[in-house]
Design a protein around this ligand. Structure first.
Ligand SMILES: N[C@@H](CCC(=O)N[C@@H](CS)C(=O)NCC(=O)O)C(=O)O
Length: 114
C-alpha cells in the first residue's frame, strides 16, 4: 500500500487529513506543494481544482479533505475486518450475512416498519 499526501503545511484542510492518517496509524509519504508554482504531480492528480490536500493511494487520487478522511476511516476499518475474518474463532462464530439480513427483514415486517 503506497500512500502519499500532497499538501501545503499551513492548509487547515491538509491538517485534517494528516490528523486522520496519524490517528489511524497509516504510513505515508508527505509531499509539500508550492501553491504559487503548482507542480506536475498536483496538476495531474487534481486537474479540475488544482488544490491541496490530495491523498494518493496506489496511484489513485482522493481530492477533498472530508472525502479523504472518510476514505482513511473506511479503508482501515475494512482492512481490520478482513484481518479479523482470517482468525478462525471470528469467522466460525459470525452468522451468515444473508441469514442476519433475512432475520432483520422479518423483524421490520413484524413491527410494521416496511
Ligand atoms: N474543500 C477543499 C478545500 C481545499 C483548499 O481550498 N485548499 C487550498 C489550500 S488551504 C488550495 O489548495 N488552494 C489553492 C488554489 O485555490 O489555487 C478541501 O476540503 O480539501
Amino acid at each position: 500500500m503506497v500512500v502519499t499526501l500532497l499538501n501545503t503545511s499551513v492548509s487547515p484542510f491538509g491538517m485534517r487529513v494528516r490528523i486522520a492518517l496519524e490517528e489511524k496509524g497509516v504510513n505515508y509519504e508527505y509531499s509539500e506543494q508550492d501553491l504559487r508554482n503548482k507542480g506536475p504531480m498536483l496538476l495531474e492528480m487534481n486537474p479540475v481544482y488544482k488544490k491541496v490536500p490530495v491523498l494518493i493511494h496506489n496511484g489513485k487520487p482522493i481530492c477533498e479533505s472530508l472525502i479523504a478522511v472518510q476514505y482513511i476511516d473506511e479503508g482501515k476499518l475494512i482492512a481490520w475486518c478482513k484481518r479479523c475474518m482470517q482468525n478462525k474463532s471470528v469467522s466460525k462464530s459470525l452468522a451468515d450475512p444473508q441469514e442476519v439480513y433475512g432475520f432483520l427483514v422479518e423483524l421490520r415486517k413484524k413491527f410494521g416498519l416496511e
